[in-house]
Design a binder for this molecule. Structure first.
Ligand SMILES: *Cc1c(COP(=O)(O)O)cnc(C)c1O
Length: 345
């Protein structure tokens, strides 16, 4: 019985079109991981429909799913390494290269299309600006097809000035390209940077703001699979915990195998955000955890940690508990949830 992602098709497609219009034709949709909840195959077809020329995947392992359903180029964001066994050398693949030695090694395959990744304040992958001269030489010697400079910018912090600094570094470098592939700039920032440096072609890589940017177009529901009246003190579940007051136990679809109850570590910074996180995944005095499932508009407590394919919830007192077969709302993190069904209206 399904955990379902309901998509208001018209509204979602309108948002996708609006996002493309805002960023311009340089937009590179990102389709990686669980496909932001939609699945990679669905996003691949959607990229075709949007008419973009390139899509970005997270890893080489994901690339075949895009190559088989999308006609354009596929940028692989995980940097090429000599030891990776999953690398695809399809002519439509653009490789991200983050070390000078890797550029030299790729010289064994002249004509390979590459973007050179710069080491931003993220400190993830990339070459610092002093290495770009050696990178330019390796590109020339290896007769690689340079498709641009790639920047991965942090979610917080001064992204626009950092992008500007790298644009200046690129202009002063011997890298023979005017394309900059960039993450986490807004459409307004992309427009400003383009106006400042009209010689540049910006290729913003956008995932979350594209696919999940209009939350109102998306609704997640679980199905009530069973409902049991319980009395105070009654022991239930794998752990045989005592129920603290009379009410109902609901058995609903969605458990750990779908990612329910397994929040990715949230980046909660301030006290208030930490407090919210605690309230969302937190424990009460008896050690119960608040679930992401809603009944009657309110988040409900788990009876015990979620099982593989179902969760047990508690609805206290004489409150009307939804009937078997009813659909209830769930708040999920889309990038960590595997839906059983995606229903596009
Ligand atoms: C995931 C990712 C993106 C897109 O991130 P969103 O926050 O989903 O837009 C862009 N660039 C890189 C390198 C990424 O890994």
């Amino acid at each position: 019985m399904p955990l379902t992602l309901h998509v208001d098709g018209d509204r979602w497609r309108t948002h996708l079109r609006d996002t493309l219009d805002a960023f311009g034709p340089g937009l590179v949709p990102v389709a990686k991981g669980n496909g932001y909840g939609f699945g990679l195959a669905s996003l691949a077809r959607r990229c075709d429909w949007l008419g973009v020329d390139t899509v970005a995947v997270g890893t080489y392992a994901e690339a075949p799913q895009l190559l088989s359903r999308f006609d354009g180029d596929v940028l692989v964001m995980e940097p090429w390494r000599p030891f990776l066994s999953t690398v695809s050398y399809d002519a439509r693949v653009v490789h991200t290269v983050s070390r000078v030695d890797d550029l030299r090694a790729l010289g064994a395959r002249p004509g390979t299309r590459v973007v050179v990744e710069a080491l931003t304040s993220m400190a993830r992958h990339g070459m610092d600006r002093h290495e770009l001269a050696a990178a330019a030489a390796a590109v020339r010697t290896g007769r690689l097809q340079l498709q641009g400079l790639a920047l991965h910018l942090p979610l917080l912090g001064e992204r626009e000035p950092e992008a500007e600094r790298w644009a200046a570094v690129l202009a002063a470098s011997q890298l023979d390209t005017s394309s900059v592939w960039v993450s986490h700039l807004s459409a307004a920032q992309v427009r400003r940077l383009t106006a400042e440096r009209p010689e540049l072609t910006l290729r913003p890589r956008v995932g979350t703001d594209l696919w999940l940017g209009d939350r109102g177009a998306l609704r997640v529901t679980a199905t009530v699979l069973d409902r049991h009246p319980v009395s105070r003190g009654q022991r239930v579940g794998y752990r045989q915990r005592a129920i603290t007051r009379a009410g109902h136990v609901l058995v609903v679809s969605g458990g750990t195998s779908q990612g329910i109850g397994l929040e990715a570590p949230s980046g909660a910074a301030g006290v208030r955000r930490r407090a919210t996180a605690l309230a969302k995944g937190g424990l009460d005095a008896a050690g119960h955890a608040l679930s992401p499932f809603r009944v009657g508009g309110r988040q409900r407590w788990f009876v015990e940690p979620p099982h593989m394919q179902v969760s047990l919830l508690f609805v206290p007192g004489a409150e009307p508990a939804p009937a078997v077969g009813a659909e209830i709302d769930v708040d999920v993190r889309f990038t960590t949830t595997t839906f059983d069904r995606v229903v596009l209206s």
